[in-house]
Design a protein around this ligand. Structure first.
Ligand code: BGC
Length: 480
């Protein structure tokens, strides 16, 4: 194992003592931005950085080539090319005064097939990326799984193209994926533990399972785009097991304190959290709908991994499950919007809790909304932080951001949401960082490049980044 070079330690100490941070926030508060590998890495002219070995690669290519209408016409290989340009992006992040950066490792780059042999070039690449962050005083928060799974574990077409792919591996429906994910986590802990202390196992597991198996949104399809509640439950429970196994592997095998703060590994889950509210505040049924929505989407997963109780058939009754939890050191909260929901009769007879629909995107007729048609509602961040803090672990806001192509709404969005974070801290919540999504515009999954979340835009031809005015707003808040 290599030791941290002395010059690096000096740089880190200098940076932390020179940087002027907003004094209203705790001393070691992390100010960051978040990106993910699949959404940002690809995009050089020669295509040498393309990674065709993940389920999302095949998913987007198949649907675009066959014009199925499930996804936009955009392809990930036309992205901002962070794989080559990461130093420039990290310089940009540093110039804003940030001290942290959330990113993910692409599992299918390191293990493109089932041989178990890591690709040395890709391992070396991620070492360089992590070193580049640390040299700039940006603490890396590394996610192991941000929506994409290697093709050898998940054929995303097994449902929509059964004739040709029906026998393919079924991703999170298979125990094998759980087992392999834990092996991958062990590898990352041993390989990158000397550079990384702050880990997230899985990004938004409920978006993976609900998006894949219960998603009614046309044009915004997640693989495999099946409507099947049993499969949604199986995938969710496998994601819980995968998280718990990866947590234990990271804790066991990352015992090198990379930045000298006394902590070798601090490991969490990143949960998508929505502020659910009844469509009609006075309607008892709608109130129940909002509770069910919050139970399914905000709490079900956290109950398992942060409290160690599992509701295995989604009926509101949970049993102790020490296998699953507690297996978190912190909870990562991703917050984007408030959603008002209304009550339906249960959609599936065996699942009484799946009995609601959001009034999205109709809510945008009377409320300020983003380019995603997400209602802009800063107090909702406080509300979901209250839920997350009730589990008794430290919190990071691992994502918060807005799709806003003309940058009209983003400045106020950032100010108002950070004000809610401060309110939560002043009310006693243990919040340790805020990561804006995202540094640079990127591939917004099934919606492609049309949704612009970046503090920086990029030119599709030259990949040159241009800072948006809102980036300065964020920078000023950090330095206040
Ligand atoms: C995801 C990101 C995504 C963002 C904006 C989160 O659900 O983690 O990958 O780009 O939201 O929609």
């Amino acid at each position: 194992m290599k030791k941290t070079p002395v010059y690096l330690l000096i740089t880190l100490i200098l940076f932390s003592s020179c940087s002027k941070k907003n004094k209203s926030f705790p001393e070691n508060f992390l100010w960051g931005v978040a990106v993910s590998a699949f959404q940002t890495e690809m995009g050089n002219r020669e295509g040498t950085n393309n990674d065709p070995n993940s389920d999302w690669w095949l998913w987007t290519h198949f649907n675009v080539e066959n014009n199925t209408g499930r996804v936009s016409k955009d392809l990930p290989e036309n992205g901002p090319n962070m794989y080559d340009l990461y130093e420039m992006d990290f310089d940009n992040a540093k110039s804003l005064g940030l001290n942290a950066f959330r990113l993910s490792i692409e599992w299918s780059r390191i293990f493109p097939d089932d041989s178990g042999i890591p690709v040395a070039k890709e391992v070396a690449h991620y070492h360089q990326v992590f070193q580049a962050l640390r040299e700039r005083g940006l603490k890396p928060l590394v996610t192991l799984h941000h929506f994409t799974t290697p093709l050898w574990l998940h054929d995303p077409l097994w449902f929509i193209d059964r004739a040709n792919h029906g026998n393919g591996p079924k991703g999170w429906l298979d125990d094998r994926t759980v087992h392999e994910f834990v092996k991958y986590a062990e590898f990352c802990a041993k390989e990158f533990g000397e550079e990384i202390d702050l880990w997230a196992t899985i990004n938004e597991p409920m978006v993976v399972s609900i998006g894949g198996y219960l998603n009614p949104l046309p044009g915004n399809a997640f693989p495999p785009n099946e409507l099947n509640p049993e499969h949604m439950v199986t995938a969710t429970i496998n994601l819980m097991k995968a998280h718990a196994g990866a947590y234990r592997a990271l804790k066991q095998y990352d015992n090198i304190d990379a930045d000298g703060d006394g902590i070798a590994s601090f490991v969490g889950i990143v949960q998508s959290m929505t502020d659910f509210a009844p469509l009609d505040e006075t309607d008892e049924d709608d109130k129940v709908a909002a509770e069910h929505a919050s139970y399914l989407l905000n709490k079900w997963f956290l109950n398992a991994v942060a409290r160690g109780v599992l509701d295995s058939n989604l009926d509101g009754e949970a049993e102790p499950s020490p296998e699953l939890g507690p297996t978190v050191d912190y909870i990562g909260v991703n917050y984007y919007t408030r959603m008002r929901v209304y009550k339906l009769a249960p959609i599936f007879p065996d699942y009484q809790f799946i009995d609601f629909l959001p009034s999205f995107p109709e809510d945008c007729e009377n409320n300020p909304c983003s380019d995603m048609d997400y209602m802009i509602y800063p107090p909702g961040l406080y509300n979901v932080l209250l839920i997350a803090s009730s589990y008794g672990f430290p919190l990071y806001i691992t994502e918060n951001g807005i799709a806003d192509a003309d940058d009209n709404q983003r400045p106020q969005f950032i100010r108002d949401h950070i004000a809610q974070v401060l309110r939560a801290i002043n009310d006693g919540m243990d919040i340790r960082g805020y990561f804006y999504w995202s540094l640079v515009d990127n591939f917004e999954w099934a919606l492609g490049f049309s949704k612009k979340f970046g503090l920086f835009s990029f030119d599709p031809a030259t990949k040159v980044r241009t800072m948006r005015p809102s980036a300065e707003v964020y920078s000023e808040i950090i330095g206040d």
